[in-house]
Design a binder for this molecule. Sequence first.
Ligand code: ZN
Length: 246
Amino acid sequence: MSSELAALVRASHACVVLTGAGVSTASGIPDFRGDHGLWTRQDAARVASIDGFYADPRGFYAFWGKHLAGLERATPNDAHLVVAKLEARGLVHTLITQNVDGLHQIAGSRDPLEVHGNFRRARCLQCGARYETASFLAELRPSETPSCTICSGLVKPDVVLFGEALDSSFERAQAAVRACDLLVAMGTSLEVAPVSDLVPAAVDAGAKVVIVNRDPTPFDDEATLVLDGDLVARMRGLARELVLPL
Ligand code: ZN
């Protein structure tokens, strides 16, 4: 029940929220991974791995260009808004997200730890120049290699691809989880390591764990509370319990 979650959030002094694709599906963003994701297993090596990117950067951008328009049009849903309100109220101290859509910031979250990066940004791999992915793509001709206007280096979206290590935001996420007393994992299947390791890390640190997800996760047995069903409805329920206006 949302009332149980509200009681746990109220009692917590250091609450960490971890979000995954399920938070953004209500905004029309498809789950990138998984059986019904944007890419099939064959696609993954080509369009979602660092080797695939280096092998065919034009093909990589051609695939992602099709999905970028949808991402640009997407707006935050009430789940994003409730998380932002919880932060503003001081009830959530750290937000960790696996999503690369940037919707948490648009909803008002200040400094989410984007452990898989953010597709809206891109960077030159040679000189570090920064680009907005959408405007960079808009100026790119299909026959052109996606290269930096300053140094001609290859420009890559700021997302963590298969075969790449996570950046320092993941270390900050680990530190936040080790110091938390409540971890609320929402909209994530908790099947993608190393992010899924954050749940046992929280348990080891003595924190309570709440899992809000449509489907069962491998960590449900370790959770204090498991809520299934519609995530956005759950979050609206939480907002009502905590008297957070939406
Ligand atoms: Zn450059």
